[in-house]
Design a protein around this ligand. Structure first.
Ligand SMILES: Nc1nc2c(ncn2[C@@H]2O[C@H](COP(=O)(O)OP(=O)(O)O)[C@@H](O)[C@H]2O)c(=O)[nH]1
Ligand SMILES: [Mg+2]
Length: 316
């Protein structure tokens, strides 16, 4: 059976499919701009730089690739297939570059292992929680989910659907409840302990309909859980939407400053040509990418594997 790093054949094929748009955006454009063999001159370098930036690989990695190409030009002025050369340089940088964060490791599991999921509205928090719950449950863990996004009426319902799909328990404020998110988190943690759950996953709001500051509220949820179980939440995952490109880095800094982030989840890679942002994030932020989302199905969450990612990105 084919495997690369953490992924089996099924995961790899989902990853390849998920990266179609990004792959096409980089290599399709290079092929279109430089269809035949030629010398790597100023025009080629500018063109490649432009294309890499458009795929959101980021200024840092792009500059490194251009530097390496310039060096190659100095060593030889032979005509080359531009597509192949760029592939080789990307491969070299992404697989051996020391500036890129390695695969994220899960923290040491605690019982219950408390995972708090944060991020702005619409990035895919609730969907990711459903997928994550399913992943834990299929590996034999007992999972409880907490619906601490209490501001949107539809949020509970959506989470309920995911909890059912994943076959796990949901704790929510119930209809007409006071709906204080920190209180929901408190109740859920108590329920998780009482039910001997292995994992508690806490969903949170991405935007508030009150004057309460989102970051203050997230801090409060965190504090309440910490008081109940020292060390909880053991994992704080920030969910980022790949299609927002470089803004992901700003978002990560903001949430990181407020609540401390132990890992990143980058979603919607399948829907964007800007999947290069995974690499930009891996280089710019000192936080491991733990999971990537490559579709809307329950099994479309994958552990991030740098090697598999690069292979899928470069596949011809
Ligand atoms: N294509 C795709 N869509 C996703 C992915 N993750 C989430 N979504 C979609 O993004 C939308 C917002 O997701 P949701 O979980 O409600 O975001 P939340 O507001 O952060 O909780 C939904 O339509 C999801 O189906 C993904 O990896 N790929
Ligand atoms: Mg949500």
């Amino acid at each position: 059976v084919e495997t690369v790093g953490l992924l089996d054949a099924f995961g790899l094929s989902r990853l390849r499919d998920g990266l179609v748009k990004t792959r096409q955006s980089i290599f399709g454009k290079i092929q279109g701009a430089f269809p035949s063999k030629r010398r790597i001159d100023h025009e080629v370098l500018n063109g490649i730089e432009q294309i890499l930036l458009e795929a959101d690989i980021g200024v840092g990695i792009t500059a490194e690739i251009i530097e390496r190409l310039k060096k190659r030009v100095k060593e030889s002025d032979a005509e080359v297939d531009v597509n192949t050369i760029v592939r080789e340089e990307i491969q070299a940088i992404l697989t051996t570059g020391t500036n890129i964060v390695e695969n994220g490791k899960d923290p040491e599991p605690q019982t219950p292992h408390v995972v708090m999921v944060v991020g702005v509205n619409g990035v895919g928090k609730t969907t990711t929680i459903g997928k994550l719950a399913n992943m834990y449950r299929t590996s034999g863990k007992k999972v409880v989910i907490a619906a601490a996004d209490t501001f949107r009426a539809a949020a509970n319902e959506q989470l309920d659907i995911w909890a059912n799909r994943a076959g796990v328990d949901l704790i929510s404020a119930g209809s007409g409840g006071s709906a204080d998110p920190a209180a929901v988190a408190f109740d859920a943690l108590r329920a998780a302990v009482a039910r001997h759950a292995d994992v508690l996953i806490v969903d949170t709001a991405g935007r508030l309909h009150t004057k309460v500051n989102l970051m203050e509220e997230l801090k409060k949820i965190k504090r309440v859980m910490q008081k109940q179980i020292p060390g909880a939440p053991h994992d704080v995952l920030l969910v980022l939407d790949a299609s927002i490109g470089q803004n992901a880095i700003q978002q990560a800094r903001r949430f990181g400053d407020a609540v401390g982030i132990t890992g990143l989840v980058i979603t919607k890679l399948d829907g964007t040509a800007r999947g290069g942002v995974v690499l930009a994030v891996a280089r710019e932020l000192n936080v491991p990418i733990r999971y990537i989302g490559v579709g809307e199905r329950i099994d479309d969450l994958q552990p991030f594997d740098r090697k598999a990612f690069v292979e899928a990105l470069l596949e011809s």
